[in-house]
Design a protein around this ligand. Structure first.
Ligand code: CP
Ligand code: NVA
Length: 309
């Protein structure tokens, strides 16, 4: 792994993505072999927004490899308000070996990474959620085998941070991703452009539809996320109307490939983006994804620390 930081899946090479998956699989199968892998290391966990999965899994993951964690929640204060992001980075790098940051602005994670000599991991920004995307594709490798080239995943809903990371992941892995979202809620144009450039090399296909049924046709996995991401709560009611045709229902799942998986990064809102009889059914692998956040993030921390020693 040549990278210093993990800010976006787009910065990884396909080989590095596979290295993360191989390390994740070994960490999952043989956790005791890694009990001292980060002995003596410290990890700062900075969260501007709430979290269950990301916070718990980074904290436990670091601890399971012998590191200690310091959690900084911002009590409603955004990074850079009390002191500059640059100064935070220049302080933290003197004490810790890894910084994990969940921020509103993507620029904040970039700035932290620019000014700190230790690895910075994006634990979700408004732009991307790379640890989630990597975990999701790792989870699919467990279900269908290591080679995801040609695997068809459909993402239905808001063209948000999670969607961006899934698009970049598909591009790296040669998978096919079809996005179904309302007009005006498509993924970022630059993300599509960059991912399609990569797709030319890997054979990935990236399509965007404004009809959920067109998006899921032939899909082997159907993925959704909340309609109003953190920071967009004021739009919840408006979005509920705009997105109502994009709910993942049994009917929509039936329009995908037979035995398609249902996926969600969680937290989920049953009755909004997904019906309970889908997320709570046999086809749902949402808790496998949640479990794998732990193993994937352990691999990410370990590979970044090793690369920067
Ligand atoms: N999926 C995810 O990142 O969950 P949290 O917001 O609870 O961390
Ligand atoms: N898109 C969601 C993901 C939560 C894990 C959000 O940003 O709130």
């Amino acid at each position: 792994m040549a990278l210093k930081d993990l800010i976006s899946i787009n910065h990884l090479t396909p080989k590095e993505v596979r290295q993360i998956f191989t390390t994740t699989a070994d960490l999952k199968a043989n956790p005791r072999n890694y009990a001292e892998a980060l002995a003596g290391c410290s990890v700062a966990l900075i969260f501007e927004k709430p979290s269950l999965r990301t916070r718990v899994t980074f904290d436990l993951g670091a601890t399971q490899m012998g590191a200690s964690c310091v959690y900084l929640d911002h009590q409603g204060v955004r990074l850079g308000e009390r002191e500059s992001v640059k100064d935070m980075a220049l302080n933290l790098e003197r004490w810790v070996d890894v910084i994990v940051a969940r921020t509103y602005s993507h620029e904040t994670v970039i700035e932290l990474a620019e000014h700190s000599s230790v690895p910075v991991i994006n634990g979700l920004s408004e732009f991307s959620h790379p640890c989630q995307g990597l975990t999701d594709y790792f989870t699919l490798t467990e279900k269908v085998g290591e080679d995801l080239s040609g695997f068809h995943i459909a993402y239905v809903g808001d063209g948000n941070n999670t969607a961006h990371s899934l698009i970049f992941g598909a591009a790296k892995l040669g998978a096919h991703i079809s996005i179904g979202c309302p007009k005006g809620y498509e993924p970022d144009k630059d993300v599509l452009k960059a991912a399609r450039k990569e797709a030319k090399k890997t054979g990935a296909k990236i399509k965007v539809f404004n009809d959920p049924f067109e998006a899921v046709e032939g899909a082997q996995a159907v993925y959704t996320d909340v309609w109003a991401s953190m920071g967009f709560e004021a739009e919840t009611e408006r979005r509920r109307e705009i997105f109502s045709a994009f709910r993942v229902t049994k009917k929509l799942m039936n329009a995908a490939a037979k035995d398609a998986f249902f996926m969600h990064c969680l937290p989920a809102h049953r009755g909004d983006e997904v019906d309970a009889d889908v997320i709570d059914s046999k086809c749902s692998i949402v808790y496998d994804e949640a479990e794998n956040r732990l193993h994937t993030q352990k691999a990410i921390m370990l590979l970044l620390v090793q690369a920067n020693r």
